[in-house]
Design a protein around this ligand. Structure first.
Ligand code: ZN
Length: 168
């Protein structure tokens, strides 16, 4: 998938009303492909969900959650990188998470999409497991390697951040 294939021109979406729905969803599909192709270590994590290495921080194990919703792409870095930082690290911006829309004068810009608590739960479990393993190793008298210690710290920060993020 190349940039040229990325998006139907906006005019096409407006005039081709008969195929509006197809164009609309193809558009978000091609944007998703564009984004996923620019990440390393992408693996599917269920239907319309992926995990990949975050491009905005040194990421040994994939800590970037990606989800395709009908009308937008959700991304979340568990090490705490902002959506903007993740996107700019791969040369994209917020508009690349949404289908092209006709600009409405005075309409607010779309906000960064957010995961629901339910959607964050599997990734919270993953981070909690890493913490649990580290805790078990330390309480068993093992010394964690520096890289494992860093990963445990990342998990610790991710859990704290999630706790504040899912509060209403
Ligand atoms: Zn990150």
């Amino acid at each position: 998938m190349t940039d040229k294939q990325k998006a139907a021109p906006v005019g096409q979406l407006v005039t081709a009303s008969k195929s509006f729905d197809d164009s609309y969803f193809n558009n978000i599909e091609s944007k998703l492909s564009l984004f996923l192709n620019r990440l390393d270590g992408v693996k599917t994590n269920g239907s319309n969900k992926w995990l990949g290495k975050c491009p905005a921080h040194p990421d040994r194990s994939p800590s970037l959650g990606i989800k395709r919703a009908d009308d937008r792409i959700l991304i979340h870095c568990f090490a705490g990188c902002s959506v903007d930082a993740v996107l700019s690290a791969v040369g994209l911006d917020m508009a690349d998470l949404f289908p092209d829309r006709v600009a409405i004068p005075g309409a607010p810009k779309p906000k960064a999409p957010r995961f629901s608590a339910y959607e964050l739960f599997p990734l919270l479990i993953q981070e909690a497991l890493i913490l649990a393993l580290a805790f078990h190793a330390v309480t068993s008298g093992d010394v964690l390697a520096d890289t494992d210690m860093q990963r445990a710290e990342q998990a610790y920060n991710a859990v704290l951040r999630l706790n504040s993020e899912v509060k209403p």
